[in-house]
Design a protein around this ligand. Structure first.
Ligand code: PLP
Length: 379
């Protein structure tokens, strides 16, 4: 089945006993065994649960992956992937990633003996150089990066790791399979904060890992069961329901974001505007080759931190909150929120200043969003 058909029928045809079109929620911790040595396929819900399995199989089909595992949050998904590496191994990572991912790597990855090399992964030559360092076993890229929206060329990086013993992981939270499929471009693992576009309604926290090979799937599922940070059946159902509208939502997020970015691009108070959907954006051409839509996240600078504070206090349609990827448009101040834990030197190097604003463009009428920004920028 094609992608939109898979999405529209997410969770359907899975309950032959009743013919339920909407996948039922199975809030059962354990499952009765027919006899000793026999199983219905489900034993204990940490290991596998019918509602979670419906979600995992749907995502695996969307990603053309060998399998997928659903976690309690995006960070739990990243933590599970981090546990595939062994002490002494080195992972090359995007330097301007989501602050929580950097915190996880620095606080827990390092104490497990892992080493992280931070590079600008939008520059394939810098990645190639880093991959030559001794002990490198992983490449972890955010596409595009949060919040600087730098775009890595996944196909080019896929060629760099090809036939090397390097696990290539892409955090595709900002685009989803409805726009880009990193496994097709040479990645081994694609992962998500499903809290964002996959969920899409600001009403759940979830994470997903989908892998190219059965062996990787088995290893991730082992961590999922052994560590236990699973997605519960209710959230699994909610996420399945959200998937039905994923490609519709992604298209509208992209259309709205482009209109807002075009407005901001001509505004005299805006500097360093980043939106890869704009032809003038440095990441545009690369992303256009590998993605169908450009997502709904925009970042830009104004003249000062005081100006940011005035804008945050003035918006009436945007809400000041720290997430992205859902129906409601949000405005975020990364230095004080999502990236508060990033050290000052790194922030300076990647351009994450205290006059930077991140917008997550939702599904509202774009004219209301533009009018709101226009009046907040006048305040
Ligand atoms: C790109 C990216 N990856 C991972 C995460 C972490 O996901 P969660 O908040 O669902 O744990 C986030 C959260 O903002 C994110 O933006």
């Amino acid at each position: 089945m094609r992608q939109d058909t898979l999405l529209a029928q997410a969770g359907a045809r899975r309950d032959p006993a009743t013919g339920a079109i909407s996948m039922p929620v199975y809030p059962s911790a354990a499952f009765q065994h027919p006899a000793l040595g026999q199983s219905t396929g489900f034993d204990y819900s940490r290991t596998s649960n019918p509602t979670r399995l419906a979600l995992e199989e749907t995502v695996a089909a969307l990603e053309k992956a060998a399998g997928a595992s659903a976690f309690a949050s995006g960070l739990a998904a990243i933590d599970a992937v981090m546990r595939l590496f062994r002490s002494g191994e080195v992972i090359v990572v995007s330097e301007d990633m989501y602050g929580g991912t950097i915190r996880l790597f620095e606080k827990f990855g390092k104490s497990a003996g892992l080493e992280f090399l931070y590079v600008d992964t939008s520059k394939a030559d810098l990645v190639a150089e880093a991959l030559e360092k001794p002990g490198v076993r992983g490449l972890f890229v955010e596409l595009p990066t949060n919040p600087m929206l730098r775009v890595a060329d996944i196909a080019a990086l896929g060629k760099l790791v090809h036939e090397k013993n390097i696990l290539f992981v892409v955090d595709n939270t900002f685009l989803t399979a409805a726009s880009c499929r990193p496994l097709d471009l040479g990645a081994d693992i694609v992962l998500y904060s499903a809290t964002k576009y996959l969920g899409g309604h600001n009403d759940l926290i979830a994470g997903i890992v989908a892998s190219r090979t059965p062996e990787l799937c088995e290893n991730v599922a082992f961590v999922q069961n052994a560590v236990g940070a699973i997605l519960g059946p209710f959230e699994s159902w909610l996420l399945l329901r959200s998937l039905k509208t994923l490609s519709l939502r992604l298209s509208r997020h992209g259309e709205n974001a482009l209109k807002v970015a075009e407005f901001l691009q001509d505004h005299p108070r805006i500097r360093n505007l980043r939106y890869p959907g704009l032809p003038a954006d440095p990441g545009h051409a690369v992303l256009a080759r590998q993605a169908g839509t450009f997502g709904g996240v925009i970042s830009f600078e104004v003249e000062s931190r005081e100006a940011v504070e005035r804008i945050l206090a003035s918006v009436r349609v945007f809400m000041f909150a720290e997430s992205l990827g859902a129906a409601e448009s949000l405005i975020t101040f990364p230095v004080a929120q999502t990236h508060a834990d990033m050290d000052a030197k790194t922030r300076e190097r990647v351009g994450l200043t205290d006059s930077l604003i991140r917008l997550s463009i939702g599904l509202e009428d774009p004219d209301d969003l533009i009018a709101d920004l226009a009046s907040a920028l006048e305040a």
